[in-house]
Ligand binder design. Structure first.
Ligand SMILES: *Cc1c(COP(=O)(O)O)cnc(C)c1O
Length: 657
């Protein structure tokens, strides 16, 4: 135990600290390379995201083909256009690049294995239904004959109206009623190639009946429940107990029914989907092998087989680890295409069957990278970090002991002094409880205690191995960063299924992030937080962040959010859609803001729950008239209140900071 010395030299200590901070050793100087490594940006971000010499995130929407945008500058210039945070930025060039890459990978695989057939992808609309996104995809897909996949009636209506190129595939999945079937089958006559995929045994009879009534020969597919199981979160999307698809006896029965109705020639496609974000290539291979055999057998039974649709599942490497961890994948897009092409070719050649046109329904792998969500930090809360200045009058002994402990902490004695600090802090609380210490004194004791912990943590961080008793220290001292965002609206999968997205500051990356923090959102819900972040291996509970200087903006970006998040977001606490912009590189080396989709106003979100803005305003007006008559409010005040209320209705649901 170290006892208080009569006159500890606090100023000398402060001076020493300042000197150390001013001149970091060469090896300690923070670099953007260290930020790249820390936030793993190369792992998940290449070739689209990087860090420039100014320590800011850059976006290269065309990947390796040149042109980069400083994300911080972009956000600043969007703010000048009255597009406040949180802000979703979509880079259309990234979307195009993803689509090109997928097609290029299949083209390469087809060439490599001399596959005597072609690839025709479709985009599953459910992954991102926003009109601007679907419009872009349809346009970028024209050179590749890229089509769309619908999983419901409303999505079918989108897909039908948006598809342009004649002969583009339109895969019709999901539950179907008579209306769905009729619409899909008649759409053939528009020049599209709608394929009605039978997913339920009842749909077989319905399809036959509707086709007869309309007098059309429909193009049909069957969705198979494979035995090969997916793994991870969506592992149960396949297998015998899967929600969708026909099991093998049902498929055989469907074939016989179609034969009986003289429609077996219409059965042209075999479909399967073993789940999303399949992180292991082995799972994909197993599924293709099984599906390849079913395909060949269907052809043998007399179906007019033309297409094998391998569904979605192509994963995104959210943590950049290139492993079979659920937030990653242990294969790349080329491996994926190679395995599909090679397996299908082998299955067909063995049985002397013509190879199918390969169809895939990649959603996540195409749409994720395009969108970046930017939000700002509105404040932080953390344990006190500085030692209170020395008072002139004599301090209580327990405070002096704490100060002395704080001052004496070094790399040799930190373990021993940690116990001292805990003991003095406990003593201070006891003294307070018995009335011997004032509230100001107790506050000081706690302040010095936390500062000591912080000092010890800094030593612990430099150790090759963290002693067990200090394992929680990082967590205990982590700050809470309050962010201008609703996780329920903008990243619902983080809340609902513990999904991980890369999150990092978009500037100050040439500065050491000295803080550790969790992120708390704007909702009054204790689940509205981010406390799981990507890490080298697994998940970490805190994110490395910079000290937030009040009055200065601190922007964070969440990346790879272009798939599923927008439509699944909800209005918890009435935080609405965020502002969205589409940014595209221009030929002149700059960028253009193509579309702006303003986020919800308060008026709009209130109307979702059947409030009428005018009606609410009228109630406030009447209440203020009554208050005026009763002399409780001045007319100017009443006008001001009404003005603020009315303006509120027209404004964004997020904080204007
Ligand atoms: C959701 C879904 C997809 C898209 O899956 P991803 O993993 O996002 O590529 C494809 N096909 C079907 C039938 C789906 O339900």
């Amino acid at each position: 135990m170290v006892l208080a010395s009569p006159s500890p030299d606090f100023q000398a200590d402060a001076k020493q600290n300042a000197d150390r901070n001013d001149q970091p050793a060469e090896s300690e100087r923070w670099t953007i390379e260290r930020s790249e490594d820390l936030y793993r940006i190369r792992g998940w971000g290449e070739p689209y995201f990087g860090i420039n010499a100014a320590g800011r995130v850059t976006v290269s929407p065309k990947g390796d083909r040149g042109g980069a945008i400083d994300l911080y500058e972009l956000v600043e210039s969007l703010k000048q256009r009255n597009l406040g945070l949180p802000l979703l930025i979509r880079f259309s060039d990234i979307l195009e690049d993803r689509l090109e890459r997928l097609n290029a990978c299949f083209a390469k695989a087809i060439a490599r294995y001399s596959y005597p057939g072609q690839y025709r992808g479709v985009f599953p609309v459910k992954c991102n239904q926003q009109r601007h996104v679907v419009e872009d995809l349809v346009r970028f897909g024209v050179p590749h004959g890229f089509g769309l996949e619908a999983g419901s009636k409303p999505e079918l209506l989108i897909a039908l109206a948006m598809l342009e190129a004649p002969g583009s595939l339109l895969i019709c999945n999901g539950y179907k009623d008579r209306g769905y079937m009729e619409t899909a089958m008649l759409a053939q006559k528009l020049g599209h190639l709608p394929i009605v995929v039978l997913e339920q045994p009842e749909e077989v009879d319905l399809a036959i009946e509707v086709a007869r009534k309309l007098g059309v020969t429909p193009c049909l597919g069957v969705r198979s429940k494979l035995c090969a199981k997916g793994v991870g979160r969506w592992g149960t999307s396949s297998g015998d107990r899967a929600k969708f698809g026909l099991n093998l006896p049902e498929i055989v029965e469907a074939v016989e029914k179609l034969r009986g109705a003289d429609m077996l020639g219409g059965l042209q496609l075999l479909h399967f989907h073993i789940g999303s974000q399949i992180s292991s290539i082995v799972t994909i291979k197993d599924a293709i092998r099984e599906a390849g055999q079913i395909y060949v057998e269907l052809a043998k039974l007399g179906a007019n087989m033309q297409f094998l649709d391998v569904g979605g599942g192509l994963a995104v490497d959210y943590d950049g680890s290139k492993t079979s961890f659920y937030a990653s994948k242990n294969y790349n897009m080329q491996n994926y295409a190679n395995d599909i092409v090679a397996e299908v070719k082998e299955a067909c050649e063995e049985k002397g069957c013509a190879v199918p046109t390969l169809v895939s329904e990649s959603g996540r792998a195409i749409a994720s990278h395009q969108s970046v969500l930017i939000f700002d930090v509105v404040g932080t809360s953390s344990q006190p970090n500085s030692v209170p200045v020395l008072p002139t009058e004599k301090e209580h002994l327990v405070l002096r002991n704490l100060r002395e402990t704080y001052n004496s902490i070094d790399a040799e004695n930190f373990q021993e002094l940690y116990h001292d600090a805990v003991q003095f802090k406990d003593e201070a609380i006891s003294l307070f409880n018995f009335g011997y210490l004032s509230i100001t004194e107790r506050a000081k004791a706690e302040q010095i205690y936390w500062a000591s912990c912080r000092k010890i943590l800094e030593i612990v961080r430099t150790l090759p191995e963290v002693p067990t008793e200090f394992e929680d220290l990082e967590q205990i001292l982590a700050s809470i960063y309050y962010i201008n965002l609703s996780i329920f609206q903008s990243a619902p999968d983080c809340w609902a299924i513990d999904q991980l997205f890369p999150i990092l500051p978009i500037h100050r990356l040439n500065e050491e992030p000295t803080e550790r923090g969790t992120l708390a959102d704007l909702t009054c819900d204790s689940d509205g937080k981010f406390d799981r972040f990507i890490d080298r291996l697994g998940v970490k509970p805190n994110l490395e962040l910079h000290c937030h200087n009040p009055g200065e903006p601190y922007y964070l970006g969440m990346f790879l959010v272009g798939a599923y998040q927008e439509i699944m977001g909800n209005l918890h606490n009435m935080f609405g859609d965020t502002n969205t912009v589409h940014v595209q590189l221009t030929n002149q080396g700059g960028y253009a803001i193509e579309h702006v989709v303003k986020g919800d106003t308060m008026d709009a979100v209130l109307s979702y729950v059947q409030y009428d803005g005018d009606d609410l305003l009228e109630r406030i007006r009447q209440a203020s008239e009554a208050a005026l008559r009763a002399g409780r409010i001045e007319i100017e005040e009443a006008q001001r209140l009404l003005g603020a209320y009315e303006e509120g209705l027209r404004s964004y649901t997020y904080l204007n900071v």
